[in-house]
Write a protein that binds this ligand. Structure first.
Ligand code: F3S
Length: 107
């Protein structure tokens, strides 16, 4: 099992999650982070850190977010490792909670 970053991270990318990960399993793309499913140890410490509530245990994923299991796995090798928190994207607070952001995911 793994934890999964879901749609609400897109265009927000707060990165609070990165600082608490004990195994550095986050990977950074232009406007979203994903979790490397092979590195994640399911500790769950990142879940309450995300201001966008965008991280779930795989077994707790809302049904409309199941596609993100595959998206996290597919983008892990394409995205770069991130191990330190950085500034969120400029309009993060405006995009937080906006539905339908999958079309905006930059791969
Ligand atoms: Fe994304 Fe939340 Fe981390 S918005 S970058 S999963 S803190």
């Amino acid at each position: 099992m793994t934890h999964v970053v879901v749609e609400n991270c897109i265009k927000c990318k707060y990165t609070d999650c990165v600082d608490v990960c004990p195994v550095d399993c986050f990977r950074e793309g232009p406007n979203m982070l994903v979790i490397d499913p092979d590195e994640c140890i399911d500790c769950a410490v990142c879940v309450p850190e995300c201001p966008a509530n965008a991280i779930f245990a795989e077994e707790d994923l809302p049904s409309d977010q199941l596609a993100f299991i595959k998206i996290n796995a597919e983008l892990t090798p394409k995205f770069k490792s991130i191990t330190k928190r950085k500034a969120a994207l400029p309009d993060a607070d405006e995009w937080n909670g906006t539905p339908g952001k999958l079309k905006d995911l930059e791969r």
